[in-house]
Design a protein around this ligand. Structure first.
Ligand SMILES: [Zn+2]
Length: 654
């Protein structure tokens, strides 16, 4: 029954997303995020630059805050810098199409001028005290007001009727709670929001956003997204709909960016994370993960390291997404470093474009993300701990926020780092293997919870070196964080050691007490197997990178999934992704060794990387090295050696 329901849902989703140009062509996407002053730009020069860049999609300012064409819709204004009589968007569109470059028009309906606010104050975002949100003379609109829901549709209808656009993109969708300066404005208290919230929940808007409010905002933004999708498909059936959300769109937008106040460490897998998650949550949709060239909003013209830009672009395409790069203004930047870093990557991708289309993940491990749909958030540190571990171990994995796909693909193992939903039970009963790493009890049959120890500083005693061979040199591992104690005896694996004295040295742990409280729960559910680590193991690995913590993950994965897809001697800082493209298998290798602390340098060349890949292949070709690699049989696996990895390599297996 469940399987059938999921199948129907899948069918409905697949029918909604069109197999448009964004799925059938390799994408080399460039966004020129125009300022209003750019309305006088030299269109021919821009298109010549894009041609040289080998870009094939231009993401270009169209309307909303400022229109780049002579709009006739009331309360929609052309940029004050658009020369009288000029239709910049129309000119660019025509020149781009002549060169085979597609154009996606950018809209931002989240803010507009004071004239509109004066005429229609009911269309606008209201803070808790009733005041509007004003930033650089622009007033924030509310996603539930008439600007988005009525006037916005007229603006888009005009744009779609007059221009043969290849798609539309929307910025700032869904009532942002902070402005560009980071000032907190809270959530909207306008009459439309108050009324809609009362209709949905029978109560007043909360003072602080809670789970109900998050579901409300999710619902409201998706209502508008659905209307926009419908409008685009009616007016321009071949055009795509691109937005930062998974629902109702054709392309899922995301960004790899930096911000000066964001907590360290940097997340060098940002692009892999975004693209892997988008492509595997919605495999019928394209992932467009924009590589943002700037450091943070106050320094839009200051460029991040060139190697960071190149790394992000390689990660985008290695996981089956578009190459996507954004600059503010035109391609005549005051700092040209970003463009000079991205251009050779684009040119190489263009020369080898047959490999960068219609890729799907071939991974046999599924890592669960969060789910905005269900209002579930994710413990980022726990998620990243496992993400990084899998990458360092060269275990190909797909990330998904969407449980609908669970039964559609053949996974050997599912890993949950916080959220382990009840849907996994059916999967387990049918023979699935699940690893849950979280102090939060899974929604699955597990032993009775005794208590959750909060933020405890203790240890676990290693009692089973046969199960945990990576811990051969230790009988003790660190615990710092939450631990959920369950009924049972853990003497056959790991047992909890509660906090004991930590000083002076004469007293250290002299009162240490052993228990039989389990640090590991292993059970059979139907035909399947569940392993639950009821403490913050992956958070600890993310924060401290202790080999003992990695060892536990490695051994538990080996216990559940004895056969890995890839066996290799590659350094942990070589990221690999395994993709399928028709009859071909593609192995992407990305060299992350240039990353250290806040820096990205040239990666160190890696030599003689041996790979033994599950499956029989006759031919292996290293595309960037321009070399055929000898393939031999190694215990039923296909073995080959890559002589040298510089920044990136693609090995095509046939
Ligand atoms: Zn509102």
């Amino acid at each position: 029954m469940k399987r059938i329901a999921a199948f129907m849902l899948l069918h409905a989703c697949a029918a909604m997303a069109q197999e448009g140009w964004w799925m059938t062509q390799p994408l080399r996407w460039v966004q020129t995020n125009l300022r209003e002053t750019d309305a006088n730009l030299d269109a021919q020069r821009l298109i010549d630059q894009l041609t040289d860049f080998k870009a094939n999609v231009l993401h270009f300012g169209m309307g909303g805050i400022a229109a780049y064409y002579p709009t006739k819709v009331p309360f929609h204004y052309p940029s004050p810098y658009l020369p009288k009589g000029r239709d910049l968007f129309g000119e660019v569109l025509e020149l781009a199409h002549k060169r085979g470059i597609r154009v996606v028009g950018r809209f931002d309906l989240s803010k507009t001028r004071k004239e509109v606010f004066d005429a229609h104050p009911e269309w606008f975002f209201r803070k808790a005290n009733g005041e509007p949100v004003v930033y650089n003379e622009l007033y924030s609109t509310c996603i539930n007001g008439g600007y988005y829901r009525d006037l916005g549709m007229k603006i888009l209808a005009e744009a779609l009727e007059n221009y043969d656009v290849d798609g539309l993109f929307f910025n700032m969708f869904g009532n942002q709670s902070r402005d560009y300066s980071g000032t907190f404005v809270g959530h909207c208290h306008c009459d439309s929001c108050k009324r809609k919230y009362r209709e949905m929940y029978g109560k007043d808007l909360p003072k602080e956003p809670d789970d109900d409010y998050r579901r409300f905002m999710f619902h409201c933004s998706r209502e508008v997204a659905a209307e926009i999708g419908k409008l685009i498909r009616t007016k321009r059936p071949k055009a795509g709909y691109f937005n930062y959300i998974q629902e109702h769109t054709d392309g899922i937008m995301s960004e790899s960016n930096t911000a000066v106040n964001r907590p360290l460490p940097l997340w060098p897998y940002a692009s892999s994370d975004n693209v892997n998650r988008a492509r595997n949550s919605e495999p019928t949709k394209m992932s467009v993960n924009l590589c943002m060239q700037f450091v943070d909003f106050p320094w839009r013209f200051a460029t991040v390291p060139q190697q960071e830009i190149a790394l992000r672009l390689w990660q985008n395409v290695a996981h089956g997404g578009a190459a996507a790069f954004a600059v503010n203004g035109t391609l005549d930047q005051q700092d040209m470093q970003a463009i000079q870093a991205a251009k050779p990557v684009y040119q190489w991708l263009a020369a080898n474009e047959q490999y960068y289309v219609k890729q799907q993940s071939a991974a046999k491990v599924l890592l669960l993300g969060g789910s905005a749909r269900l209002g579930r958030t994710l413990n980022t540190a726990a998620y990243r701990g496992v993400f990084r571990f899998l990458s360092e171990e060269h275990i190909p994995f797909a990330v998904s926020d969407n449980m609908d796909w669970l039964e559609k693909r053949d996974y050997d193992l599912v890993i949950a780092t916080e959220w382990a939903p009840a849907e996994l039970k059916t999967y387990l009963e049918q023979g699935g293997k699940v690893l849950v790493v979280s102090a939060r009890p899974p929604e699955l049959p597990v032993p009775a919870v005794v208590q959750t120890w909060k933020n405890v500083s203790g240890y676990f005693r290693v009692r089973n070196h046969q199960l945990l061979p990576s811990l051969k040199d230790t009988t003790i591992v660190m615990l710092n964080g939450d631990y959920t104690e369950v009924a049972g005896d853990g003497s056959d694996s790991l047992t909890f050691i509660p906090p004991s004295m930590i000083g002076p040295p004469e007293k250290i742990h002299t009162d240490m007490k052993e228990t039989t409280k389990p640090g590991l729960v292993r059970s059979q559910i139907g035909k399947g197997r569940l392993v639950w680590v009821p403490w913050d193991l992956s958070v600890l690995y993310y924060k401290h990178s202790l080999p003992a913590h990695a060892g536990i993950l490695r051994d538990l994965i080996a216990d559940l999934m004895p056969e890995r897809q890839i066996v290799t001697n590659a350094h942990p800082l070589v990221e690999m992704s395994l993709m399928r493209q028709g009859n071909r298998t593609l192995l992407h290798l990305i060299n992350l060794s240039g990353h250290s602390q806040t820096a990205y340098f040239e990666p160190l060349p890696m030599r003689d990387i041996e790979v033994k890949l599950a499956g029989k292949f006759l031919k292996a070709t290293a595309i960037r090295n321009r070399a055929a690699l000898a393939v031999t049989d190694s215990g039923g696996r296909s073995r080959f050696v890559l002589p040298e990895l510089k920044d990136y390599e693609l090995i095509v297996l046939e």
